[in-house]
Every structure is written in C-alpha cells, then in structure tokens.
Design a protein around this ligand. Structure first.
Ligand code: SAT
Ligand code: MN
Length: 584
C-alpha cells in the first residue's frame, strides 16, 4: 500500500531514508492487521497474554522501568521566536532541534518495521476534526493508536483530500533517557519523538497533536484545544447538560466522566463523551460546542474498582491493553485498589514483595475503545459536537479552594482557569504532591506562550458571535481536614455538586456573592444521606480571606513571570478579586 498524496509519499520516503527500516507497513486499521500485530508482539515479548477466560482479548505490556510517564523536562516547543513558546515551555531553536533529533533518528529503525499510521482526531466526517500521520517503529504504538484515534483507510482518504495533516515521527530509539526528546514544531505542524515508548510521549495523536499542536492551530483558527473531559448530565426530568472539565493528569477526569449517580439521586443519568481532551468552537448561533478528538481512553488503572468507577471497571474486562500492571498467579491483571486477587509478579515482572513499593506502577494505564464504556454517548460521534452549558476547572488542593464556586462572568472565569493550581501526580516524572500553577490543566500541554493563550481565551469570549457562552466553575474534590482526611467523599457523590452547577445554568437557584466568585447556599447543596456533619460542609463552602489574599499574591507573581504579554484584562480581573478581598 502507498498513497496518492505526493507530499505524504515524499515525507515517508525521506523518513525511511533517514531511519533505515527493514520494511514499511501502511496501517489500514483493520481487525486482521490488529490481530497480526498482537500475534507478533506476543512472540517478541512486547505483549503478554492475560487470562483469556477472565479477560478475553486483554494483554499486558511492560514498558522499560525508566519509561513510565511523560517527561516534561525533555519535552520542547520549537518555535522560531522563543517568546512564542513562552515560559511555560522548554524551548529549542527549530534548526538546532531538527539537527539534534534527526541525529538520533539516523538509522534508528534498522532491522525494524516502520509503521505509517494515518489517523483522524475527531469524528471522521466532522469539520472540527483534524488529521495526522504518525510514523513509528513501535507496534505497541500502532495497536494503541488504533484504540485512541480513528486510524486507517478512512483517515488516509481524508488526508489525501485535504492535503493538510500533522506529521509525527516516533522511534523508541534505544530507550536511553539521555537520548530521549519529545519535540514540537507547531509552525511546521510537526512532532518528533525519540527514546520513549510510553503514552503521552509516544502516542503522538494524543497530547502532542491533540493538545500541543492543536492548541496552536486553534489559536490561528479561532477555537480551543483543551485538557478537558466531556460529559452529559441528564436530569430526572430528561434535560441534558453537557459539561467540559479541565483537571490535571491523574486527578480523576476519567472517574468524573463515567460517574455513577449515587442511590440518593434516582433518575439521573450520565453520558461520557470523552475523558481527557475536548476541542471547542463557537458555532454560528454563538453557542460553544465541543467534540472529543479521541476514540478511546488511556486511563490510570490503580484505584479503579466497582465502587470508584464501575463503568471503567466493567469495560476493561475485555479487549484492553494494560501497561505496567501487576499479575496474579493465574495471569489476571492486578493493581492497588482492586478488591480481589493477589499479585505474584509486580509491574516489572519481578516476584512481588509487599513493602517493596506498589505492585502496579502508580501510573499504570489501560487502553480501551470508548465504545466499550457502558455509558458511552453516541453523540461523541456527532460531527457538530455538543453544546456546552458549563466549563469546570479543578485541581488537587488540600486547602484554600472551596468545594465549588462560580466565576462572575467569562473574563473572571478565564482568571479562575489561568490561576489554577494543583498538586503534582505520578502522570509525569518528578516529585509528587507539590502544588504548582497549572493554568487550565494545560501546563504540560499548551503549545505556545500562556500569556497569548489567556488572551486567546479572553478574545474568544468577547467576540460578538459568542452570545451563548457557558458558565465557568471551579471545583475541588480534594480538600483535607487537619488530620489529612478528605472532607468530601468524591466519586459518585460529585453529582451533588454537578446538580448545583446545572441548577445555576438553568437559573433555578441564587448564589452567594463572595470576593472570589459565587458560592452555593448551604441549603442548595444536598448532603442528605452523607456521613458528613454540617460543619464540614460549612468549611467546604467557606473562604478564608487571609489564605485567599496570599493566593492572589501568588497568582500575581505567577502572571509576572509572563511579563508584558499578559493581557491587561486578566490583571484587572485579579485586581478586582484583591479589592473585594480587602473589603471582606
Ligand atoms: O501520558 S499521557 O499524557 O497520555 C496521560 C496523561 O498524563 O494525561
Ligand atoms: Mn490527560
């Protein structure tokens, strides 16, 4: 197989000349192709067959022990002008970056097959979808991309028609962390990644394309590419609100997107459209709409069980690729938080010894088709996307941030998102549990200067055509008491908060004006049936003016890091909060 598109053909030839593969395989996305790849990986040891009686069509992949998470310090945005990448990104001059990484690609695929993967991010017939081609020497990447994107013939047809696509070049190289780089060239719609086979470093359609490159494209074209889950909330009366929510990696996006309503809220129904990325645009009626560019989930495994996320638990019992989980004696996948089974081999395949660290890697993952989700919304395939009623921002904050508050308007909401902070997690290499600013949960993913990104958000909301903008909220499920215990039960009970949010969207309940935004009245947030005393709810819904003054100072210093490019409107919004706090 090959292509009728001359530029694509030329690029593939050029890459082959550089990387010297033994053979080239154009991926068509068929079942037969997938089966053959899995067979080959079982033979090579890249995959391990799991217990097929309990987990039909499930496989385990063990990545290199030094290659288990995204590597932000090795991830670069290479723009001609350094300022365009901004202080939020590591930058390298594009000429220098190409030279450096092409050196690592030279001969990198010798003896290996080079796979050419045409893929589409978003419904194949959607005007908001965008295509890409990933070239890789990893069959594990191919089978994952098949689940995570619309990959194969239909995508290739669209690419040949449009003649515009993101070029992604990937090789696992020798997996030496000293020869590992993830480089983005947004001006050339190009990604080059070498030396890692893991998730966000290697599945280039995901974070590299659908966020870093897409955010750049989105600014040029007037839309938004965001690190947001996408879900529908259907009330007992049958009204459905669609909500997009930004949380940093490993802060519960997958769980929230698949929420199971608590017994206390009969008649509510949740629909999942996406668990990680949303592309948003203002339609001709001035309504903000969203599509999920992905077609699968690459979710955190540990902690997943019938109680925390029954939908995810059910869908990963078949046709799933597990990465870096532990194994039981009868070859079932095992992870911390699973209610049954005993691990005998840890994620590295070594005999499991309790006390020697977790059995499954904390960032172990499942890859599964979204269609396996029992509450999958078929609107995830709608070319026009869904109308958005509310945008949520949230992080892991053991203090300061209340359970929920509403921004006063769009511009204030942009400040709420820009000032977001969260404790770091195992999804990226580095220290865990440190609070850092993570604007809109995009710190690792915005493909350009955050200051310009905030301006773009403000501009999108002030456009004359944006008449039906969603409300913006901030939530924090992770508040802790003095003894380090979580104060809010989380998981399904989060629907109680989401109900308040939809009540606000429908104008059903008033809210309390505070210096930082609008908070629920206690009587509007139902805690009946929860083992929670009213004083806890009071704390969850209160604002410590002193702590917030410090927060405002911290946000102000953070904005200073972005210098004169910071939109003055954002500073004005922050001044407004400061002034209201002063008066409080
Ligand atoms: O590794 S990924 O970027 O794909 C997952 C995540 O960290 O959000
Ligand atoms: Mn993510």
């Amino acid at each position: 197989m090959t292509t009728s598109n001359a530029s694509l053909k030329r690029w593939v030839d050029d890459v082959a000349r550089l990387t010297q593969p033994a053979s080239i395989h154009w991926c068509n996305g068929s079942d037969a192709e997938n089966t053959a790849l899995i067979e080959a990986m079982l033979k090579s040891g890249d995959l391990i067959k799991l217990n097929q009686d309990t987990h039909p069509n499930c496989y385990l992949h063990r990545s290199h022990p030094s290659d288990v998470a995204r590597v932000e310090h090795l991830t670069f945005v290479c723009t001609r002008n350094k300022e365009d990448a901004g202080p939020n990104n590591h930058w390298m001059d594009p000429t220098e970056a190409h030279r450096k990484i092409d050196g690592l690609f030279a001969g990198a695929m010798r003896g290996r097959t080079m796979y050419v993967i045409p893929y589409c991010m978003g419904p194949i017939d959607s005007p908001f979808a965008r295509c890409g081609v990933e070239i890789t020497d990893s069959p594990y990447v191919v089978v994952n991309m098949r689940l995570m994107t619309r990959m194969g013939d239909a995508a290739l047809t669209r690419i040949e028609r449009e003649d515009k696509y993101v070029k992604g070049l990937h090789s696992i190289g020798d997996l030496d962390p000293d020869r590992r780089f993830i480089m983005h060239f947004p001006e050339e719609l190009t990604i080059k990644s070498v030396g890692s086979g893991y998730g966000g470093n290697a599945l280039l359609g995901k974070k590299c394309h659908a966020l870093r490159i897409a955010s750049w494209q989105a600014r040029e074209e007037g839309w938004l590419a965001e690190h947001m889950l996408l879900m529908g909330l259907q009330s007992p009366e049958g009204r459905t609100h669609y909500v997009a929510a930004a949380f940093p990696s490993a802060c519960g996006k997958t769980n929230l997107a698949m929420l199971v309503p608590p017994a206390s809220m009969p008649g509510w129904k949740i629909w999942t459209l996406g668990d990680d990325i949303s592309w948003l645009h203002v339609d001709e009626q001035g309504q903000l709409r969203a599509i999920n560019p992905e077609s699968g989930y690459f979710g955190v495994v540990p902690g997943t069980n019938r109680k925390t996320n029954c939908n995810a638990y059910d869908m990963i019992q078949r046709d799933t690729i597990f990465t870096n989980v532990a194994l039981t004696a009868d070859n079932q996948p095992w992870w911390e938080g699973l209610e049954n089974g005993t691990p005998v081999l840890d994620w590295q395949g070594k005999p499991y010894t309790p006390g020697n660290g977790p059995a499954a890697h904390p960032n172990s993952r499942f890859t599964v088709s979204a269609k396996q989700n029992p509450i999958y919304s078929t609107l995830a395939d709608a070319p026009e996307g869904v109308p958005i009623s509310a945008i949520l921002f949230g992080g892991r904050r053991r203090e300061v941030a209340p359970l929920v508050y509403e921004a006063r308007d769009w511009a204030h909401g942009v400040l709420v998102g820009a000032g977001m902070a969260s404790e770091t997690t195992a999804a990226a290499v580095g220290q865990m549990g440190v609070v850092r600013r993570d604007s809109m949960a995009m710190k690792p993913f915005a493909g350009y200067n955050f200051a310009d990104y905030w301006s773009h958000w403000l501009k999108l909301g002030s456009g004359a055509n944006a008449s039906k903008l969603p409300k913006i909220f901030h939530v924090n499920w992770f508040r802790q008491d003095r003894n380090g215990r979580f104060m809010w039960p989380g998981f399904g009970e989060n629907l109680r908060v989401l109900r308040w949010i939809t009540d606000r969207c429908e104008g059903k309940v008033p809210a309390i004006e505070t210096p930082i935004g609008l908070l629920p009245r206690k009587q509007d947030l139902d805690i009946s049936g929860l083992d929670m005393d009213p004083s806890t709810l009071e704390t969850l819904l209160s604002i410590d003016a002193g702590a917030w003054r410090q927060e405002v100072d911290a946000i102000s210093k953070y904005l200073d890091e972005y210098g004169s490019r910071v939109p003055s409107q954002l500073r004005e919004e922050l001044k407004g909060v400061a002034k209201r706090l002063e008066a409080a």
